[in-house]
Design a protein around this ligand. Structure first.
Ligand code: COI
Length: 360
């Protein structure tokens, strides 16, 4: 790996950071690592101090969304050492994401090397032990090769940026949050890309989340797209629930099993802890909204993920609307005299359909 000597514009001096109050914002550090895949192989990578990238305007990431990412954290431990939490699991998940959207996948060793390099070059940004902060590590891959037709890029870029973070939601673990299940919004189709950590699974939830926030909710919770009956996951993280302790102090950890939720490394680790450390039952299964809503079964619900850690959820509201009917014709746009091609569903008030562009 070579190191570029350019300056690091926008770099925040770590001495100026308030470690106990970082929030989850992007702070420019000393730099990031960048690898390129061309002609069937990854190069040796560079450490780059410049935070801008130059990209062909026809790069597939810009048009067809060929991109995926990961999130993991490095912690400063009591002994002063810095440790990254389960990076191999993220490396494997990223490979799966890359395969799902036909991108070149970074080998596990390359992923680990990239993470190590990015953290090593930014040790001054790892929050001190006891501050509740961590260095958030964001590896990502995208199609940087140019294509106008819909086909996989012939060049890919793999980068790892890092940034010091604290709590994702204000108040963090100590501040229970409110979630909303929106009417008529599905995160991921039954046989779609819900298990893939690609950008396309996140951008569509932005608009309804902004709407939900205006109504006082922090996060959205999604049900399954087919029946709108089973709990899937939050917009940012997995769903987990706990029963009250029984006479022996044992609880049951329940988390949804679905072909369209993201395999959270945090959730997986919590399942392992619950079972192996505490001897609790762990159930990964279909979990209906009715079962959660009844209030009889679970005494605690949490959103869990790398960024949100374990955020307690105090309230979940479901918007009122007509439950989804199993009438296939109702979801397929049909032709009518007014709309002969059945395109009405695309834009209800497309007043500007006839605008043409005058060129010189
Ligand atoms: C993470 O938890 O690391 C994620 O990538 C989720 C993202 C919405 C911040």
């Amino acid at each position: 790996m070579t190191t570029t000597t350019n300056s690091s514009p926008g770099r925040v001096d770590p001495a100026t950071l308030n470690w106990k109050n970082l929030g989850f914002s992007y702070v420019k550090t000393n730099g990031h690592v960048r690898y390129t895949w061309r002609d069937g192989k990854w190069d040796n990578g560079v450490f780059n101090k410049d935070f801008d990238i130059t990209l062909d305007i026809a790069a597939t990431v810009l048009h067809y969304g060929q991109s995926c990412f990961e999130g993991l954290k490095a912690f400063r431990m009591k002994d002063g050492k810095i440790r990254v939490f389960r990076p191999e699991v993220n490396a494997r998940r990223m490979q799966k994401s890359c395969r799902a959207i036909c991108m070149a996948e970074p080998p596990i060793d390359l992923f680990l090397e990239a993470v190590r390099r990015a953290v090593a070059a930014n040790v001054d940004y790892v929050p001190p032990y006891g501050s509740n902060g961590a260095l958030y590590i964001r590896p990502f891959v995208f199609g940087s090769g140019a294509n106008v037709g819909l086909s996989p890029a012939t060049e890919y870029t793999f980068m790892v940026l890092v940034t010091p973070v604290g709590e994702y939601y204000a108040g963090g673990m100590g501040s229970p949050t409110k979630a909303l299940i929106k009417h008529k919004f599905d995160r991921a189709a039954t046989y779609g890309t819900g298990t893939v950590k690609c950008g396309g699974n996140y951008a569509p939830s932005l608009a309804p989340t902004i709407e939900a926030k205006k109504k006082g909710y922090t996060v959205m919770l999604f049900l399954d797209a087919k029946e709108n009956k089973y709990v899937e996951e939050f917009a940012t993280s997995n769903f987990a629930a706990l029963t009250a302790p029984d006479a022996n102090g044992k609880r049951v950890y329940v988390t949804p099993k679905s072909g369209s939720v993201l395999a959270s490394v945090t959730n997986r680790s919590l399942c392992e802890l619950a079972s192996r450390r505490f001897g609790w039952e762990v159930e990964r299964r279909l979990l209906s909204w009715d079962e959660v809503k009844s209030g009889n079964k679970f005494t605690e619900v949490a959103a869990c993920g790398t960024a949100v850690v374990i955020t307690p959820v105090a309230e979940i509201h479901r918007e009122i609307g007509t439950p989804k009917q199993k009438q296939h014709s109702s979801t397929v746009p049909t032709a009518s005299a007014d709309d002969p091609f059945g395109f009405d569903h695309i834009d209800d008030d497309a007043e500007n359909d006839d605008i043409s562009l005058e060129v010189a």
